[in-house]
Write a protein that binds this ligand. Sequence first.
Ligand SMILES: NC(=O)c1ccc[n+]([C@@H]2O[C@H](COP(=O)([O-])OP(=O)(O)OC[C@H]3O[C@@H](n4cnc5c(N)ncnc54)[C@H](OP(=O)(O)O)[C@@H]3O)[C@@H](O)[C@H]2O)c1
Length: 308
Amino acid sequence: MRAAVVTSFGTPPSCQDFPDPVAGAPEEVVAEVVAAGLHPRVRSQAAGSHYTSSADLPLVPGIDGVGRFPDGTLRYFVLPDTTLGAMAERTLVDVRRSVVLPAGTDPVVIAAAMNPAMSSWVALRRRVGFEAGQSVLVLGATGNAGRLAVEIAKHLGAGRVIAAGRRADRLAALSGADVTASLGEVGEVAADVDVVIDYLWGEPTADAMRAIVTGRRDKDRPLTWIEVGSIAGPTAALPSAALRAARLQIVGSGQGSVPTRDILAELPALAEVITAGALQIDARAVPLAEVETAWKELDSEQRLVITP
Ligand SMILES: NC(=O)c1ccc[n+]([C@@H]2O[C@H](COP(=O)([O-])OP(=O)(O)OC[C@H]3O[C@@H](n4cnc5c(N)ncnc54)[C@H](OP(=O)(O)O)[C@@H]3O)[C@@H](O)[C@H]2O)c1
């Protein structure tokens, strides 16, 4: 079969021949891949730099996708850590990690949206005790996951949603936020927020945390900071005083910190919401043969989706 293949970390995958998968365990099936998202997590997998990465090569990247299953159903699937990923004509799927998609689903839209949408959906529904009416700050709101987090927080009942990011033009184009703010303004506009969904980490997070804690009027009010992404840096010099001067709790949400069964349990509801068109998704299909070119497209606002 044809597949996107990484033969050395740091070099983009190219479309090559690759051995066909063979199902082994009773719950395993070979799915015909229809669409697989090129998420930041997939880029770090292909670069060998994700915290789950091993040194094993060659590697077919792709952590999730939409496929036609042997029983004829169209399903969204999530793969375990594997060297046979979703960017191939066929892949090996554990049926327990898949969900039948609603009729009328666009596979490209699902493949584009599930991973970035899951980041905030799972964080709010499974990682913290989020309650309707609470206010939410999305830190790094201009990427695919951040934009969806703004809409998902509203969808799940958030009161006030503040979207903060570094680029004014992209912030202005956001839908669903009650307030938009530059990163330097969060201390003013988000000081009394209940929940932060943080895609940035690094220096912007340290600055935002300092500003919010300093500006907080009600020090007794709990502040839950959810670390979801680290697009601005893998480490952050957090001010120790922030942890003493406010009722701040910092948690992470992602693979490992939320049980896989909890993530899987959220997939059907999220797929329904996406299929219903309740979220704005900007997806672009790219044929598998052009995977190498797609890899080099780093500044796209769209979520690229590889289609075998
Ligand atoms: N934990 C989870 O479950 C989970 C799930 C999905 C994604 N994630 C993580 O979430 C993060 C975002 O994913 P994504 O799919 O939204 O990626 P994306 O679509 O590529 O968006 C990333 C955005 O980050 C912004 N950005 C980059 N560097 C920045 C900086 N120094 N300061 C401020 N903003 C910066 C850019 O926006 P501008 O150019 O407009 O500033 C860019 O659009 C990634 O780290 C990803 O791994 C986590």
